[in-house]
Design a binder for this molecule. Structure first.
Ligand code: XMP
Length: 506
């Protein structure tokens, strides 16, 4: 495997995803908190950073056990650090170098640049430049503005590159990373979805033996893939629980239950709708609603879990971005924050936790899902928040409002599918606003609810743009909702991006 030492760059995860696209397993660790190297570590990559090496509190890794011992590639800050710390000079660039650049010079027989064309386009993003390198370093690549775009250290397998090979705009970046991980480090590129399924199923069998495991299914990608993997490993020792909290989409509970059965999962469906609706009565505060929904879920799950004898394990669909320790770039010193077990169920259940997806990025969960032949209905679906329609009904949630919103939401989502727009959108839904407005139908004035359609494009939900859906499509959805859903007489479209708006309205 490859270790990636993180200095807090926004691109660190992208480096990891690119390396994994090459079917090479890699892990991200904070620069000041990484595991001891053993023979499984074939090479190390140093990431970029929002810091300058000249900053007083710039991150300084201890590379004693790494540099000169295993192949090492410094990217951006990583390259600047390897130069600055060992006697080179790094200065602020006259102009911030940002964007596309072309290589103007590449050393022919350098293994890192093997087959990379001499005028290859690369992506720069840095405010500092390496102006001189230590004596034992030699330049292997330059651009017009950046003389030291790539260097190699003599007598060691250590390289530094100023540009970002992980970014799509570095057109041969993936080849460069391949040269490093496969060519220089000798990784075998066999970490595929098929091999992941095989090794995970085997290790789950070993870890769980004949123990019983429970898993909360949500209908989403992660819990479904986790369920199918576990089912493959331990069969009916896995019990899945799927709770109808009364805040799911129209027909979602029945459709998903059916599909789970076809997948062969041992699943218990719990109708807890009235409990949730009752407990939500009178609550209008978004965080208050979230708390109630979260608490009720745990209560319902706990009751069901106790009906099964001798359960020892709780399975969770935690994925890799949830477990990566992140480098804080705000604190005075780089402090480490870890977010293990996000959204975990309470300790009091006294169960050990098993997380079969904790090594995978979201796109890899989907690839593993495809390998397991899980239908697209699960793998390609948009994210849906845990509190469901509860945070899309602004203000108080009632059974009647849920029914109203389910109808409107169904028209919108089904419309997206029918118009072949579903896959162009990252997430979509309808918000039921707590206002009524005047309308006219036939000869009568109406006074009914307003809904807002929300559809966004995004890659990870952290930032999002409103989806530029065709007017004709929006017109049809608006008409359908107003004509078919009694109680709604006005439809608006949300054209705010995140930030500063959020995807959900609550
Ligand atoms: P926002 O509204 O913060 O949403 O832009 C970003 C993503 O997170 C989802 N979301 C939630 N998911 N529990 C969840 O499980 C929540 O309380 C919650 N709030 C927002 C939202 O649907 C979007 O995908």
């Amino acid at each position: 495997k490859i270790l990636i030492l993180d200095f807090g760059s926004q691109y660190t995860q992208l480096i990891a995803r690119r390396v994994r696209e090459l079917n090479v397993y890699c892990e991200i660790h904070p620069y000041n908190h990484f595991p001891a190297l053993d023979s499984s570590v074939k090479g190390v990559i140093l990431s970029g950073s929002p810091f300058s090496v000249r900053d007083k509190d710039a991150p300084v890794p201890d590379l004693e056990t790494i540099k000169g011992k295993v192949p090492l590639l410094g990217v951006c800050y990583g390259a600047q650090f390897l130069s600055h710390y060992y006697g080179g000079e790094v200065k602020a660039s006259n102009s911030r170098e940002y964007g596309r650049a072309k290589l103007t010079h590449v050393v022919d027989d350098d293994p890192l640049f093997h087959t990379i064309s001499h005028q290859s386009q690369v992506w720069m993003s840095h405010g500092d430049t390496i102006v001189s390198i230590p004596d034992s370093y030699s330049i292997v690549a330059s651009t017009h503005d950046v003389k030291v775009a790539g260097y190699k250290i003599a007598d060691e397998q250590t390289w530094g590159i100023q540009f970002h090979p992980e970014v799509y705009h570095s057109t041969e970046g993936l080849q460069l990373l391949k040269n490093f991980v496969a060519g220089i480090c000798g990784c075998s590129m066999d970490w595929t979805p098929a091999s992941y399924v095989e090794t995970t199923v085997n290790s789950l069998r070993e870890q769980l033996g004949n123990d019983k495991v429970i898993l909360a299914l949500s209908g989403g990608v992660d819990s479904t893939v986790a369920g199918v993997l576990l089912q493959k490993a331990i069969g009916d020792n896995l019990t899945c629980i799927f709770v109808d909290n009364g805040l799911l989409r129209k027909d979602e509970f029945n459709n998903v239950m059916e599909a789970y059965k076809i997948l062969g999962l041992n699943v218990i469906g719990v109708d807890a709708r009235h409990k949730f609706w009752n407990d939500l009565k009178g609550e209008t505060d978004p965080e208050g609603k979230r708390k109630i929904i979260g608490r009720d879920f745990i209560e319902v799950f706990d009751v069901e879990a106790h009906k099964i004898q001798d359960v020892k394990w709780l399975a969770q669909g935690t994925i890799y971005p949830d477990v990566i320790e992140s480098v804080s770039v705000n604190g005075p010193s780089a402090t480490i924050k870890s977010h293990h077990n996000v959204g975990g169920l309470p300790e009091k259940m006294n169960l050990k936790v098993v997380e079969p997806l904790r090594l995978l990025f979201k796109d890899e969960v989907r690839r593993v899902g495809r390998q397991l032949e899980i239908p697209a209905m699960f793998l390609d679906r948009h994210p849906f928040p845990g509190p469901g329609l509860g945070i899309r009904i602004l203000g108080e949630v009632t059974e009647e409002k849920v029914a109203l919103l389910q109808e409107a939401d169904h028209i919108f989502i089904q419309g997206l599918r029918d118009a072949d727009l579903y896959k162009d959108v990252w997430q979509a839904g309808v918000m039921l606003l707590p206002v009524q407005s005047v309308g006219v139908m036939g000869d009568e004035r109406t006074y009914e609810y307003v809904v807002a359609l929300r559809a966004v494009t995004s890659t990870d939900g952290m930032t999002a743009d409103w989806a530029h859906l065709p007017y004709e499509f929006l017109a049809k959805v608006s008409n359908d909702i107003i004509n078919k859903v009694r109680g709604i007489n006005r439809v608006v479209y949300d054209i705010s991006s995140k930030p500063p708006a959020t995807i959900e309205w609550e």
